[in-house]
Write a new protein. Structure first.
Length: 136
């Protein structure tokens, strides 16, 4: 019986460690889900719609759309190919849904692992046309 009593604390210790490991894994998974959600919803670390509500862009005319490659030289052929994948176009109204669909198209191409969108006023007016830049 003395041996059984010694095993019990070891078993309890292992159970506590297993419980802690499961808790850490769950917390890690929850944290990853939160980060992905924040990125998708546009609470970014970059200037993607920063300081302005997304609703303020809805319906505004898009003057221009460009593709740029972060930390890479320009490649007109690749830029053209990626532009053809977008679900939003110049001289149309801004739509958060079409912007999100455009990002999804880029990711679905299998050639893009990270992308963001930057929006700029094409004029000094805060209600005038926008310029969009997809940074890949």
């Amino acid at each position: 019986m003395g041996q059984s009593n010694q095993r019990r604390p070891e078993a309890m210790s292992r159970m506590r460690q297993d419980g802690l490991a499961r808790m850490r894994a769950t917390t890690s998974f929850s944290l990853r889900c939160l980060i992905v959600t924040l990125i998708v919803l546009g609470v970014p670390s970059s200037k993607v719609f920063a300081d302005i509500l997304l609703d303020e862009y809805e319906g505004r005319q898009i003057a221009a759309i460009e593709i740029t490659f972060e930390n890479s030289p320009p490649d007109p052929e690749a830029e053209s190919e990626f532009l053809s994948l977008l679900k939003i176009a110049p001289n149309t109204e801004f739509s958060a849904v079409r912007v999100r669909d455009s990002l999804q198209s880029l990711f679905d191409s299998g050639r893009v692992a990270n992308a963001r969108i930057e929006a700029y006023d094409a004029t000094v007016s805060k209600t005038g046309p926008l310029r969009l830049r997809f940074v890949i």
